[in-house]
Design a protein around this ligand. Structure first.
Ligand code: ADP
Length: 404
C-alpha cells in the first residue's frame, strides 16, 4: 500500500516542499514558495513534466500553505486533503534533546521552541511551518526531522570545545553538527550500492554545497563532523569562512567598531569563496573566473580543496583508516574538478580516482586498483524525511490500528 507524504523545509520567507509516494519514494510533485510576506511572492510547482508558476501576494506562511494545498487539488495531484497521510518537517536544531526524528506533540513542540535559543534564525520559522500545517491538516501526523540528530552519537572528545566548562554546562556550547539528514541518507545509500553493511564501514562523507560539511561515519554512526555549535565552522563555504583563528573577531571588532551582528554577517555572508575570490559565492562562477586567469579565484578553489583535505585527513586518523569517501551536494555531485583537487596525491592512502569516471559523475570513481572506494551520490533529504515519517508516525498509527 502506498502513502502520500509531504516533506517540508520552511525558511523565513520561503517554503520548499515535496510530495512523495512512499515507501517507493516516487516524487509526485515538488515546489517552492518564495518571497512570502511580499506582494509579488512566487509559487512554483513541478509534477513530472509539467510546471506551473504564479506571482501573487502571499501575506504569511499560513496563506502560503493554504495556496499550496489548493494548487495540489486544482492541478489534480491530490483529490482531497485526506490523501496526505503524513508531513515531515526539517528542523534545524534538536540540541541534546533529540537523537532521532520525533513525532510532533505538544511536548516536542515546546522543546523545539526552547531550543530556538541555539538556532534563533531557524527553529522559530521551522516551528511556524509545523503549526501552520497542523492547523490546516489537524488529523495528519507530523514528524520533526533534525539537522543535528544524526550527530548525537559523537563522543565527548569530538564535541567538547576547550573553553571554560560552564559554557557547555550552562549554555550548551558544544559541537552539534548539521546536514545530518544528508550524511545519514548518503552513507546508507553508499552501503546499499556497495552491498556491504554500513556497520562494517569507515566512511568520510563530503556534503559540498553553498553550505558544506564533512562527516566521519564509523559503523553507521557519526563520530565527527566539521560544522559545530553553528553551521559556520569547519571547511570554507560559499559565503562562510569556516574555521579561522577566533581572535581575529575581537581584533576586527575593536579595529572597525563592529557589533556582534556585523561580525556574524562578515563570517556568514561575506567570506568563503566570495570573500577570497571577490567574484561570487557560486562554485561554477569561481571556476569560470579561475579559468579566465583570475588568480584570487584560483586561490579560492585551492583553499576550498585544501581545507577539505585537512579535515578528511584528521578523520582518517580518528577512525584508524578509511573504506570509502563520498561526495554529495551541488559541488560534490557535479564538480569533477573539486573532487580531483580533493583526491590528488593520496596514493599512499590507497586512494586514487579514475579521471574518466570522475568526469562523467559515475557512482564509483576510484581507480581500478585503489583500496578506498570513492563515490558520488546525490543527496535526497526529502526522501529521508519522508522515510522518517513512515518509520515514526505511520508505523505508530498502524500499530494503533491493529491494537484498537
Ligand atoms: P545548498 O547548500 O544551497 O543546497 P547546493 O547543494 O545546491 O547548495 O550547491 C550549490 C553549489 O553547487 C554552488 O556553488 C554551485 O556552483 C555548485 N554547482 C552546481 N552545479 C555545479 C556544476 N555542474 N559544477 C560545479 N559546481 C556546481
Amino acid at each position: 500500500m502506498s502513502h502520500k507524504i509531504m516533506a517540508i523545509n520552511a525558511g523565513s520567507s520561503s517554503l520548499k516542499f515535496q510530495l512523495l509516494d512512499m515507501p517507493q519514494g516516487d516524487l509526485l510533485c515538488q515546489g517552492l514558495i518564495e518571497r512570502i510576506g511580499l506582494p509579488d511572492a512566487r509559487i512554483t510547482l513541478k509534477a513530472q513534466d509539467q510546471k506551473w508558476q504564479q506571482t501573487t501576494p502571499v501575506a504569511d506562511h499560513r496563506e502560503a500553505v493554504t495556496l499550496l494545498l489548493e494548487m495540489l487539488i486544482s492541478h489534480g495531484i491530490i483529490t482531497s486533503l485526506q490523501d496526505i497521510e503524513g508531513v515531515g518537517h526539517r528542523v534545524a536544531h534538536g540540541g541534546e534533546s533529540f537523537k532521532d526524528s520525533v513525532r510532533v506533540t505538544d511536548e516536542s513542540l515546546a522543546e523545539i521552541e526552547r531550543l530556538a535559543e541555539l538556532a534563533p534564525l531557524h527553529n522559530p520559522v521551522n516551528l511556524l511551518g509545523i503549526n501552520v500545517f497542523h492547523q490546516l491538516l489537524p488529523d495528519v501526523p507530523s514528524v520533526a526531522v533534525f539537522d543535528t540528530a544524526f550527530h548525537q552519537t559523537l563522543e565527548e572528545p569530538a564535541y567538547i570545545y576547550p573553553l571554560p566548562w560552564r559554557y557547555y554546562a550552562e549554555f550548551g556550547i558544544r559541537r552539534y553538527g548539521f546536514h545530518g539528514t544528508s550524511h545519514k541518507y548518503v552513507s546508507t545509500t553508499l552501503a546499499e550500492r556497495l552491498g556491504v553493511p554500513l556497520s562494517a564501514l569507515r566512511v568520510v562523507c563530503c556534503h559540498l554545497g553553498n553550505g558544506s560539511s564533512i562527516c566521519a561515519i564509523k559503523g553507521g554512526k557519526s563520530v565527527n563532523t566539521s560544522m559545530g555549535f553553528t553551521p559556520q565552522s569547519g571547511v570554507m563555504m560559499g559565503t562562510r569562512s569556516g574555521d579561522i583563528d577566533p581572535s581575529i573577531l575581537p581584533w576586527v571588532a575593536q579595529r572597525e567598531g563592529k557589533t556582534p551582528q556585523q561580525l556574524n554577517h562578515l563570517l556568514n555572508n561575506e567570506s568563503g569563496l566570495l570573500g577570497v575570490s571577490g567574484v561570487s559565492h557560486d562554485y561554477r562562477d569561481v571556476e569560470q573566473a579561475a579559468d579566465a586567469g583570475n588568480p584570487r579565484a584560483a586561490l579560492a578553489l585551492s583553499l576550498f580543496a585544501e581545507r577539505i583535505r585537512a579535515t578528511i585527513g584528521s578523520y582518517i586518523m580518528q577512525m584508524g583508516g578509511l573504506d570509502a569517501l563520498v561526495f554529495t551536494g551541488g559541488i560534490g555531485e557535479n564538480s569533477a574538478r573539486a573532487r580531483a583537487a580533493i583526491c590528488q596525491n593520496l596514493h599512499f592512502l590507497g586512494l586514487a580516482i579514475d579521471e574518466e569516471k570522475n568526469q562523467r559523475n559515475a557512482t564509483f570513481i576510484q581507480a581500478e586498483n585503489a583500496i578506498v572506494k570513492v563515490a558520488v551520490i546525490n543527496t535526497n533529504e526529502e526522501l529521508m524525511i519522508a522515510q522518517d515519517v513512515m518509520r515514526i508516525a505511520l508505523a505508530e498509527s498502524e500499530t494503533f490500528a491493529v491494537s484498537a
